[in-house]
Design a protein around this ligand. Structure first.
Ligand code: MG
Length: 280
């Protein structure tokens, strides 16, 4: 694959991310796929989807897990509802994540990713050990499929994330780095964080955001690529210094406004192409 193929976060039926046709119209060659609903995760639908992707000339670079009942409404709601941290949904979500990994294998995709949720910063918190254990379990399942697991960044500082990954202690555990999330959640300067965790970064989201007045308590604002506080040129230059050559996957989560979403992603593609030409 060429260096830095452009990508977009896309979905079949789950509602997050753009539709495939939009990716095709914008000339985008790769997608990260938001895992479809259970009824769609069948061998037949995997084959039909692969046939369609082949026609459109699109490659899937990762399948992203997501779960019923997750809400990103505000930071406390994320803590309560997202990923494998909430105890009451953990067992069923762990099982579902394994099924999603198996569906990714049907699609021939060797990267599975997820928001693990808010990992407690205190390693002596019993919840911390529980999340380590369940992440290990999913890594081991993915290993059986010859897959890697990529953790989405944002909820944790770079240091907490590094500690967590070291504690999970699995060779197929890596990072999907989202610079905007560091700002939106108030977890630290994205470029400094990227430098710290860069050796583990195997995929990225190209997303932009503005710091909130009260970082970590209130959401920052997600904005179109290039209009926020990330500094996308510096982001790409840092990826280049780290030797990262993988996809640049644009994420713009305003599915309730599809026309605006498409236009903004189109401008994001232009920006990334300009920067690719400049930085190479
Ligand atoms: Mg992201």
């Amino acid at each position: 694959m060429e260096k830095w193929p452009i990508g977009v976060f896309a979905s079949i039926d789950a509602g997050l991310g753009v539709k495939l046709d939009v990716a095709h119209e914008l000339g985008i060659p790769t997608i990260q796929l938001h895992a479809p609903q259970k009824k769609t995760r069948t061998p037949d639908s995997a084959q039909a989807f692969l046939d369609r992707l082949r026609q459109l000339g699109i490659t899937i670079t990762a399948v992203f897990g997501g779960f019923e009942g997750e809400s990103y409404a505000d930071i406390p709601t994320v803590q309560k509802t997202v990923g494998l941290v909430p105890p009451e949904t953990r067992a069923e979500r762990t099982q579902e994540m394994k099924e999603i990994a198996d569906f990714a294998r049907l699609l021939g995709v060797d990267v599975v990713a997820l928001h693990v949720g808010f990992v407690p910063h205190d390693r002596s918190d019993p919840l911390y050990g529980e999340v380590v254990a369940v992440t290990r379990e999913i890594c081991d399942h993915c290993q059986g499929n010859n897959q890697r697991l990529h953790l989405e960044t944002g909820q944790e500082t770079a240091d907490t994330l590094l500690q967590f990954i070291a504690d999970v202690d699995r060779d197929n555990l890596f990072i999907n780095f989202d610079p905007a999330n560091m700002i939106l959640y108030g977890s630290g300067d994205p470029i400094e964080a990227l430098k710290k965790v860069g050796h583990l970064v195997r995929s990225v989201h190209c997303k932009d955001g503005k710091w909130s007045q009260r970082p970590g308590e209130e959401w920052g604002a997600e904005v179109p690529l290039g209009e926020g506080d990330v500094d996308i040129e510096r982001f790409l230059r840092t990826l280049d210094e780290l030797g990262y050559t993988g996809p640049l996957t644009i994420e713009r989560e305003i599915p309730q406004e599809p026309e605006r979403q498409k236009a903004e992603i189109g401008r994001g593609v232009e920006l990334l192409n300009q920067l690719k030409a400049k930085i190479g």
